[in-house]
Design a binder for this molecule. Structure first.
Ligand code: ATP
Ligand code: MG
Length: 564
């Protein structure tokens, strides 16, 4: 699953199409794309796919290419400046740069209004006084045509007057809309005189109270593309049925600087999570997660806080590639990309998540030795560190079994195991409290087994485990994150009307106190670690303090889908 050319940016259907356009000198060989989020929520991994595509194309196509960041801020009731700021932060974090090309659809409101006036003058738009319900009722169905509005044949003068009065604030919300005059019998419902302007007496986060009519997304989007001379407008499959309207507007509005065209690719769907800002907002609003940046969330801010890296996300987007057909991607594939990247640069440390005390009865009391450990076997330059070892240690409860199951090769009563990079120990006695819980293992160590030497006169040691020195270990908070949902497709399983929150994984966050080697005391917030034999962890950027790190589990070392 490495980054092979076949799986990476080579030739997907979008890149092939663009290569042909460049070869044909369409738009003088320019490739101008855009990432057009609506600032009504935080970005998620699906957006990362679109960002990697649009900004990626700009990087790949040399000096005659660029990618715009454009906020499609045409719905003031749902949009906020907080979302605008978070989106910019997320795009930058992924490693992309829009340079001077930051735009807002709201910057075009005056021009978009002018285009609407010109459509009215051409007899291609009219003001409709029907209610929303009436319009819906007369739209027809997939098998029967719609019925023309009684207002469809208003004169140009009357339409111009009414549209101007809509803008002037004379009417209430829902009282009138401006519709494109296309074809009420079109087999494509989007072409049955779609609304292009509506009345909204709402304050806009950028234009304030300057407007009380707002363009519809389907109208603003193609025309904003054209105003920015976008060459390729790439969006997800659900917009395929909107393409004829996109093309109609580009063809019928005069004086546009660009002639963009739209193509669609399949959105990213990932198992055990969902990708809809609306639904993610519900989780946040109802307090079912701890905010947009909760490390369980599929938001960019969530995965960043969890410890995923931009390199891992970009590599994942290359691996999944682009298709024209809906598909479902395994969360395991994303985790694989995260592990591959972290393996290269995460500092290794010893940490014991579920400690059991081990006393080495033949190790001198008060003695401390320092074992030299490699910081990262993947990168020699990361050097080594000294880790204290003494008579009392902690090992992980998972590494001991009183009644071992078949194939268990770690510590058992009377058995022998190697303490990684130290020596072998033999479990002589299991101490329990009054309730029968194990409180301590009394072991002896064999000094002759240092540096990998085999025990003499005893069976071969099959298991190697990690450890921390009890007196030196730090107690740290570790947040073990798991899948957000218990089913692969919470969205699908809940259905349109159903409640997807019923599938939330109640065990998606477990907070424990772990014992960890003292070297992490100096770890800065936002540092990556591999707890050897356990997984990758990240010092929480918000809640960690110097000397008091809080660890988020980024991903388990092995595929978390294999039941432990
Ligand atoms: P949501 O459904 O989560 O609200 P959206 O499509 O409404 O997403 P936008 O802000 O309009 O959100 O999205 C900006 C861009 O990101 C669009 O071009 C959209 O096609 C793309 N995008 C959104 N979701 C995905 C996804 N799951 N996979 C790939 N691209 C996506
Ligand atoms: Mg949307």
């Amino acid at each position: 699953m490495s980054d092979t050319p076949a799986a990476s940016t080579s030739q997907d259907f979008i890149r092939e199409m663009i290569a042909t356009d460049v070869a044909d000198q369409r738009n003088d060989g320019w490739v101008i794309t855009r990432f057009p989020p609506e600032p009504n929520g935080y970005l998620h991994l699906g957006h990362a796919k679109s960002i990697c595509l649009n900004f990626g194309l700009s990087e790949e196509n040399g000096p005659r290419a660029r990618c715009h960041l454009r906020f499609d801020d045409t719905n003031p009731t749902k949009e906020e400046i907080e979302y605008v700021d978070s989106i910019m932060e997320d795009v930058k974090w992924l490693g992309f740069d829009w340079g001077d090309h930051l735009f807002y659809a709201s910057d075009y409101f005056e021009k978009l209004y002018g285009f609407a006036v010109s459509l009215i003058k051409k007899g291609l738009a009219y003001v409709d006084d029907q209610t929303h319900e009436q319009m819906r009722a007369t739209r027809g169905t997939l098998t029967s045509p719609g019925t023309a509005s009684p207002y469809r044949d208003r004169s140009v003068e009357e339409n111009l007057d009414l549209f101007a009065r809509m803008r002037a604030g004379e009417f209430k919300e829902g009282e009138r809309v401006l519709r494109a005059k296309i074809d009420m019998a079109s087999p494509n419902m989007n072409m049955r005189d779609p609304a292009i302007y509506r009345i909204l007496h709402a304050h806009h986060h950028r234009t304030g109270d300057a407007w009380c009519i707002y363009p519809m997304y389907d109208y603003a989007h193609p025309l904003s593309d054209a105003l920015e001379s976008i060459t390729h407008s790439l969006c997800t499959l659900e917009f395929e049925h909107h393409r004829p309207l996109y093309e109609w507007l580009i063809a019928n509005v005069d004086g546009l600087p660009g002639q963009p065209y739209q193509r669609e690719f399949a959105r990213l769907n990932l198992t055990y999570t969902l990708m809809s800002k609306r639904k993610l907002l519900k989780l946040v609003k109802e307090g079912l997660v701890n905010g947009w940046d909760d490390p369980r969330m599929p938001t960019i801010s969530g995965i960043r806080r969890r410890g995923y890296t931009p390199e891992a996300i970009r590599s994942f987007c290359k691996i999944i590639g682009l298709t024209k057909y809906p598909s479902l991607t395994e969360l395991g594939l994303l985790e694989h990309s995260v592990r591959e990247d972290l393996n290269k640069h995460a500092q290794r440390v010893y940490a014991v998540l579920r400690p059991i005390k081990v006393v080495l009865t033949n190790y001198p009391e008060g003695q401390v030795e320092h074992v030299e450990l490699v910081n990262n076997p993947e990168n020699e330059a990361d050097g080594k560190r000294l880790v204290p070892l003494s008579r009392e240690l902690y090992i992980d409860a998972d590494d001991f079994m009183e009644t071992p199951s078949a194939g268990f090769h770690r510590l058992v009563p009377g058995g022998e195991v190697r303490l990684k990079y130290a020596f072998c120990i033999i479990c002589q006695e299991v101490i329990k409290d009054a309730d029968g819980n194990i409180t301590e293992l009394r072991c002896t160590y064999d000094d002759a087994t240092r540096h990998g030497a085999k025990p003499v006169g005893r069976p071969k040691v099959k298991g190697t485990i990690h450890w921390v020195s009890a007196a030196h270990a730090l107690d740290v908070e570790v947040r073990l994150y798991d899948k957000l949902f218990t089913v692969e497709q919470p969205d699908e399983q809940a259905g349109e009307e159903g409640d997807f929150t019923q599938f939330l994984n109640q065990e998606s966050l477990q907070i424990i106190s772990a014992k960890i080697e003292p070297s992490v005391a100096t770890a800065k917030p936002g540092s990556h670690f591999q707890f050897e034999r356990v997984g990758y962890f990240f010092t929480d950027p918000k809640d960690s303090q110097l000397g008091k790190p809080v660890f988020n589990r980024t991903v388990q070392l092995k595929d978390g889908f294999v039941k432990k």
